[in-house]
Design a protein around this ligand. Structure first.
Ligand code: GDP
Length: 455
């Protein structure tokens, strides 16, 4: 199901370097797919909340002098048969080589989407050389110039690859369909956590099992949901034993929060938190404390407003009134989507896992640098960066995304101090980012740094 990208090219053009780059594009964060990250020749590349598999055809012995060496042909065949897109790598420094011509000919016959990639374009002069007519002789247009070793333009290349893959038969697969999503149900006692969990776990079409025997996580429950296209989506519900134990035990006061706090310690191991609120209950100090910790964590959150069946005299505006009520109580938490459920009757319980998928994919979303640069220019026109400390007016030199899960954005400020920019400007940018690109349910981190300190 996962689309495949083959890296093809003659010896020494930098195939493995590019392979490692593509797999390491998100190395700020470890891959959410345990154990499948990479073997010698295959690995998963994450981009913008979706996954594609990369095949490095560089492992073959290319030392033979014969340009029609069998291995070269085999590489091309592999690309033709198996993959959805070919990255055909050439060396800009060396120029066209007979092997390049031969590979190009075979690839052209394949009718597969091909991106000609000119590697080792380390300098502006070499990048210009990629534009030169010479390369067009391969019949694949001008090469996309990159420098795989330094990572130069690799993000732009990925953007191009993804555009082409989306048009191909197998588009990149959302992270939530490939990786196991770790979920935690959280909330104060009696809001219906245990009932909700049972309603989700109890759905007949799912396969569930306690993740016992793994010793480390005996309290977790694994849920496998069959997908239409085949395969299953996997979720691990963390600390389910803890939730069940608390159910029915009507505890009061400080002890309640202690139990919740213990669960919250697991947050670093959780992708998505489901915060359950009693729709008729108050959003009190305990809820506010939980929400504060959630917003400071790396975990995405969705709010389930439960016991919807108990709300009397519902009208078409009741949900909106509740949304406004929540927004008034916890304004900084507006990024968490809200679903109204009745865990008891099962109403809207199915939507919960769909929303878990959605926020998990949003958490892995990535915006490329060109788009962010254009975004920043528009924002600066709308609202000039406001001054905080120091004498100079803040000048923003660069704005880019440095990590996913959660998304991290870095602003590079001209000069020696990053604090010339008023913190409210970071909040403004965050709000605008959410407005334009979504990032539903996920926290976003904004960092400002100076041009002198590269982090
Ligand atoms: P927990 O402490 O958060 O795990 O809460 P429980 O799941 O034990 O639920 C507390 C009480 O609320 C139980 O009596 C449930 O039957 C009831 N309850 C849970 N969900 C709903 C719901 O959607 N509607 C109604 N009417 N009652 C619910």
């Amino acid at each position: 199901m996962i689309p495949k990208i083959a890296i093809v090219g003659r010896a020494n053009v930098g195939k493995s370097t590019l392979f490692n780059r593509l797999l390491g594009a998100n190395k700020a964060l470890t891959s959410p797919i345990p154990g499948t990250t990479r073997d010698r020749a295959e690995g998963d590349c994450f981009w913008n909340g979706t996954v594609a598999r990369v095949i490095d055809t560089g492992g073959v012995n290319m030392k033979a002098i014969d340009p029609f060496d069998r291995d070269i042909r085999e590489q091309a065949e592999l690309a033709i048969n198996e993959c959805d897109l070919v990255l055909f790598l050439v060396d800009i420094k060396v120029g066209i080589n007979p092997d390049d011509r031969m590979i190009a000919k075979r690839l052209r016959q394949s009718k597969k989407p091909i991106i000609l990639v000119g590697n080792k374009a380390d300098t502006p002069a070499l990048r210009r050389a990629a534009e030169a007519g010479e390369w067009k002789a391969l019949g694949l247009g001008a090469p996309f110039a990159i420098a795989a070793h330094q990572g130069q333009a690799v993000g732009d290349l990925l953007e191009d690859v993804w555009k082409k893959l989306k048009k191909a038969k197998r588009p990149p697969v959302p992270v939530s369909e490939v990786a196991t999503t770790r979920v935690m149900v959280i909330g104060t006692p009696n809001v219906g956590k245990s009932t909700l969990l049972n309603a989700i776990v109890g759905q007949k079409r799912f396969i569930t099992s306690p993740v016992a025997h793994t010793t480390r996580e005996p309290n977790d429950t694994l849920i496998e949901v069959p997908m239409k296209e085949g395969g299953t989506k996997r979720y691990i519900f963390v600390d389910t034993a803890g939730i069940r134990k608390m159910a029915g035990v009507k505890k009061r006061g400080g002890m309640e929060l202690a139990g919740v706090m213990k669960t919250l310690k697991l947050l670093p191991h959780v992708d998505v938190a489901i915060l359950v609120l009693d729709v008729l209950g108050e959003i009190g100090n305990q809820e506010k404390k939980i929400i504060e910790l959630l917003s400071e964590s790396n975990t995405a959150t969705l709010i389930v407003a439960n016991k919807w069946d108990l709300v009397p005299h519902k009208t078409t505006t009741t949900q909106n009134e509740y949304l406004r009520h929540v927004a008034g109580k916890i304004p900084f938490f507006a990024y968490a989507p809200i679903i109204f459920t009745s865990a008891m009757t099962g109403q809207h319980v199915q939507k919960v896992l769909d929303m878990v998928d959605h926020v998990q994919n949003e958490r892995y979303k990535q915006i490329d640098e060109d788009t962010l640069t254009e975004f920043l220019h528009r924002m600066i026109k709308k609202h000039l960066p406001s001054r905080h400390k120091g004498v100079s007016h803040p000048v923003i030199l660069k704005f880019h995304q440095t990590a996913v899960a959660p998304p991290v954005f870095a602003l590079t400020i001209k000069g020696k101090r990053a604090d010339v920019l008023h913190p409210s400007y970071l909040r403004f940018l965050e709000n605008q980012l959410r407005e334009e690109f979504g990032f539903d349910g996920t926290p976003i981190r904004m960092r400002s740094r100076t041009e002198l300190r590269k982090t």
